[in-house]
Design a protein around this ligand. Structure first.
Ligand code: RTP
Ligand code: MG
Length: 140
């Protein structure tokens, strides 16, 4: 299995509660390596572009408002099967359905304020990484 990269966001509900390190500990314990990381305040434009796939959904406005409500930490994670592995480590979108030990089970507040994002496929991972990082900011 080849080394793969995925894009992660530690969302505002987690940064506000000072959970960046706690989330990173779960990521690293799962064998994923943080090869790029920065704390930013997303602009409305960045959040709308990032979640454009959901723009017709009823929760889109709420989601964009949430993503710009506090700083986020954007990351690139590297590892064997990193995309699927991180989705597993994150847990289900709704923390009520998330498995024991997952980030969302441990930390998420609700289906909307659910602590982390992770890419869902190789194509989206590449697009999402390129939205926030230049090649020389990623050190594998
Ligand atoms: P993400 O994209 O953030 O990694 O999460 P996901 O794949 O597990 O979930 P997705 O269906 O892509 O939804 C994106 C984000 O929108 C918010 N959401 N709110 N209020 C709601 O019913 C609702 N549904 C989704 C969540 O923040 C979700 O992570
Ligand atoms: Mg998604």
């Amino acid at each position: 299995m080849a080394l793969e990269r995925t894009f992660s966001i530690i969302k505002p509900d987690a940064t506000e509660r000072n959970l960046t390190g706690a989330v990173n500990a779960v990521i690293e314990a799962a064998g994923l390596r943080i090869v790029a990381q920065k704390r930013i305040r997303m602009t409305r434009q960045q959040a709308e572009t990032f979640y454009a796939v959901h723009k017709e959904r009823p929760f889109f406005g709420e989601l964009v408002d949430f993503m710009i409500s506090a700083p986020v930490v954007v990351q690139v994670l590297e590892g064997e099967n990193a995309i699927a592995k991180y989705r597993e480590v994150m847990g289900a979108t709704n923390p009520a359905n998330a498995a024991e030990g997952t980030i969302r089970k441990q930390f998420a507040k609700s289906v909307g304020e659910n602590s982390v994002h992770g890419s869902d496929a190789a194509e989206t991972a590449a697009v999402e990484i390129a939205q926030f990082f230049s090649g020389n900011e990623i050190v594998g």
